[in-house]
Design a protein around this ligand. Structure first.
Ligand code: CU1
Ligand code: CU1
Length: 288
């Protein structure tokens, strides 16, 4: 029987507590930091000339689907009633949203060093000391809305526009792909500053602090954000049943993307799994 991922705004306080407890238990055992490490290890930009499976590439969506499934499996080993909730940032778009309350994700960072001071993941709680990051910083940080260079969360109109894309992805299969659902949703746009960051990327930028960059998994809201990104992919798949995943075949020798991206039946490390195997999640979970 498939389990259900719920909108975080609909969780009861008991459900929030169970999710938070399971996350803290993974942190205590070191498993949580293994997930942080995996994400950092696969944080490869398209200027680097290496194989990319997680970002700036077609497998951005299946790679994160698998990553969430592994995380959720670890949570459910601790508490079988827990699933990863999703954050619909078109609805809950202010720092006053219950998402950021004391009993769930905690709030914004303080002025100066952006350290999060409230909630279960505050450094002072003693249960959330960062082990892996892009810097030596040991505390969770956030900077909601980037006040010195402000931006808003994406709107439902922007989501709808992305959902109207008819193809999954397009050459050159990177952050400069001009059409296709994947890059629309991943959110690499033309332009400078905040304009360059749309949809998925814009949410990372709006939360700020640790959510910028490879160490973003250190903020537990990462999972809620990516569950919503996965929901949007799922919705797009339902609307475009024939569209599938692209590229079907690996870019040939001579193509700039030769051996840089994963085609439909190619393995996405660190797992022995292909995009094709992740297209249908209906036997495992569904979205409420
Ligand atoms: Cu990621
Ligand atoms: Cu992300």
């Amino acid at each position: 029987m498939a389990y259900t991922r719920k909108n975080q705004r609909d969780l009861t306080s008991a459900e929030k507590k169970r999710f938070v407890s399971a996350v803290l238990e993974l942190k205590r055992t070191g498993t949580y930091d293994d997930f942080v490490r995996t994400h950092i290890d696969h944080y490869v930009a398209d200027g680097e000339g290496k194989l990319r499976v997680a970002h700036m590439c077609p497998s951005f969506l299946p790679w994160h689907r698998k990553f969430l499934l592994e995380f959720e499996r670890a949570l459910r080993r601790i508490d079988p009633s827990v699933t990863v909730p999703y954050w619909d940032w078109t609805l809950d778009r202010t720092p006053a949203a219950s998402l950021w309350s004391e009993d769930f994700m905690g709030g914004n960072g303080r002025p100066g060093d952006f350290q999060v001071m409230t909630g279960p993941f505050a450094y002072a709680s003693g249960r959330w000391t960062l082990r892996y990051g892009m810097t030596e910083q040991r505390f969770l940080s956030r900077d909601f809305g980037r006040p010195r260079d402000p931006l808003d969360l994406p709107t439902s109109a922007q989501v709808d526009e992305a959902l109207r894309e008819r193809t999954y992805d397009s050459a050159p299969w990177n952050s400069t792909s001009r059409s296709g659902f994947r890059n629309r949703l991943e959110g690499w746009a033309q332009g400078q500053g905040n304009t360059r960051f749309q949809l998925h990327n814009r949410v990372h930028r709006w939360v700020g602090g640790l959510m910028l960059g490879g160490g973003s998994v250190n903020d537990p809201v990462f999972w809620l954000h990516h569950a919503y990104v996965d929901l949007l992919w799922s919705r797009w798949q339902a609307r475009n049943p024939g569209a599938g995943y692209l590229p079907k075949d690996p870019p040939p020798l001579g193509d700039p993307q030769y051996r840089k991206v994963a085609a439909l039946h190619e393995r996405m490390g660190p797992w022995n799994v292909t995009p094709a195997e992740l297209l249908d999640h209906s036997g495992i979970y569904r979205y409420a």
